[in-house]
Design a protein around this ligand. Structure first.
Ligand code: NDP
Length: 254
């Protein structure tokens, strides 16, 4: 199999997996965090699980980027930095800051699935921005697609970080229970962190103007929208006073 046959096969796989993932997650919510009731096979420490699951997006992405045809040009390097700003934070800083109980575990099956997806996704996106399919010249940085995409990514990143920080602040040191998040975008939707994440990768798809970026944006939405619905249902069941006017994941829409 040539490199380009493998690349195209994996790209098609991610696009094909998106509707299947969406469909299956509307029937069974992925069993981690509040939705992990146990009984899904061997489990591991939750902080370690996040590092293992997300680390391909830092290291494998860097490997595929650096071994690509032309990484050391200004536009690819800036795209690389945009990606790593998100994933270094997610893999190491977010994980260190998480307030989760050591008793709360994550199924190894979830970690394995996340790890595998992140490997494939890092290959598709890392090698793409290093020039396997097209060159990104310095002029790309003034292209409206890059500028709009980068602005959307930055907005999504800010929303995602702030939303995760608000959730973190709900727990005092040592607390592990759940409270109703209040204020800011939480007055509009249940899952601003997922909304921010979807905006980020939509921005990435536009800024790279690539099928690799689009496949990740589509997959992220397919993964997070059903989970946002499940979180919303969960809050309504757990908290009878959960604000009825709150939408789920896209302000004013759903
Ligand atoms: P959640 O919102 O379910 O949880 C985030 C953290 O906040 C967890 O530590 C959770 O604790 C805690 N928390 C959540 N709700 C409450 C509450 N009401 N009261 C107190 N603490 C709370 O997010 P996920 O774990 O699903 O995702 C974490 C991040 O990873 C998000 O930013 C998300 O966008 C991103 N992500 C991205 C994906 C992608 O496809 N690109 C896929 C999955 C996640 P606990 O663990 O105890 O439930």
């Amino acid at each position: 199999m040539t490199d380009s046959t493998l690349y195209n096969a994996l790209l098609i796989l991610v696009f094909a997996m998106a509707p299947i993932t969406y469909w299956s997650l509307t029937r069974m919510t992925a069993p981690y965090g509040r939705h992990n009731a146990g009984g899904k096979g061997p489990e591991m420490d939750t902080k370690l699980a996040w590092v293992v699951m997300e680390c391909p997006s830092v290291f494998a992405f860097a490997y595929f980027f650096l071994t690509g045809p032309e990484p050391f040009k200004i536009a690819p390097l800036i795209l690389f930095a945009i990606w790593q700003v998100h994933y270094v934070q997610r893999t190491f800083i977010y994980t260190l800051q998480m307030k989760t109980s050591p008793d709360k575990k994550t199924p190894v099956m979830i970690v394995a699935q996340g790890f595998l997806f992140n490997m494939i996704n890092s290959y598709l996106n890392g090698s793409w921005i290093a020039g396997v399919g097209r060159s990104y010249e310095a002029s790309w940085l003034a292209d409206p697609r890059f500028l709009v995409g980068a602005a959307l990514f930055a907005t999504g990143y800010w929303i995602n970080r702030r939303a995760d920080a608000i959730l973190r602040e709900l727990r005092r040191p040592g607390e592990t229970g759940y409270k109703i998040p209040r204020g800011w975008l939480y007055e509009r939707i249940t899952c601003p962190n997922y909304f921010g994440e979807i905006l980020e990768w939509t921005g990435w798809a536009i800024a790279t103007w690539s099928l690799a970026g689009l496949s990740f944006a589509v997959f992220t939405a397919a993964n997070l929208i059903p989970r946002a619905f499940a979180n919303h249902r969960w809050y309504k069941e757990k908290f009878p006073d959960y604000p009825a006017e709150r939408k789920i994941v896209i302000p004013f829409v759903v």
